[in-house]
Design a protein around this ligand. Sequence first.
Ligand SMILES: Nc1ncnc2c1ncn2[C@@H]1O[C@H](COP(=O)(O)OP(=O)(O)OP(=O)(O)O)[C@@H](O)[C@H]1O
Ligand SMILES: [Mg+2]
Length: 284
Amino acid sequence: MISIRRLCKAFSVTHGKVEALKSLDLEVAEGEFFVIVGASGSGKTTLLRCVAGLESPDNGEIRIAGRPVFSDTPPTWIPPQERNFGMVFQSYAVWPHLTVFDNVALPLREGAQKIPRSQVNERVRQALRMVQLDEQSDRSATLLSGGQQQRVALARAIAVNPRVLLMDEPFAALDAQTREFMQAELLKIWTQAKKTVLFITHQINEAVYLADRVVVMTRRPGRIREIVDVAPVRKAEGWDRFDRTEEVMDQESFVHLRTHIWRMLRGEQQTDDPKTLETTGGMT
Ligand SMILES: Nc1ncnc2c1ncn2[C@@H]1O[C@H](COP(=O)(O)OP(=O)(O)OP(=O)(O)O)[C@@H](O)[C@H]1O
Ligand SMILES: [Mg+2]
């Protein structure tokens, strides 16, 4: 579904260049829930922005469903609005002068797809119900808390019903309880609607809980350090039989994967004081 070859991206800064991504290769299958973890500054956001078309890579190729959206040879560039993605970013972007409802409706009214008014209303209501903001729909977006604004951003991405969801730490500003609720809701949407999801997180528990596969990025310049296949373990161990997230996270097979990923990240952080990571909850 998403195929990335030899992707390079450097940023010009005052004293030269910052190499954010270096010759990165990645294949994400159709319908896959693909999670990216890596140290801060390892190029995760840059990668997602390149896929979305918000950043122009220097070299390489990105294909979506077989169609090149970026390529160095022959030079190809498909603008973001033609790539059919739903996006939720680290900094939740809501339009402050609009209500909650209008924030979610805007891409449906103004986007490339021409959607009849009655359908817009239904889709916005459904998306707001999902993020539990249906009762706030007439409020101005500026009156919402950070976590609520992030949920508006999520509802907006889902309402457009894209084939691919690109999510950059979408739950980072949520309290633990809401976060757990949203993780479960996202899994529901993903299973029902068969979306391809590319998801960034710093929480290893969240990564293993949600992912079919987890990719661990190296320190800058970002490359793939290892890809951890979670789906076969979830299936073999029957994680889906548990109702509660904590029950899954207590399973020995879950803890084993989490520890493996955590060790890799710890190696990437090159800390010589592993105790610090343990006591600061580096595993969560
Ligand atoms: N517009 C920019 N101009 C200059 N440097 C940039 C720009 N955007 C990103 N970078 C640099 O590229 C590197 C990768 O940044 P990126 O935001 O992709 O990291 P990240 O893995 O998402 O980190 P985090 O986990 O902290 O969000 C960093 O060193 C960052 O400083
Ligand atoms: Mg980032």
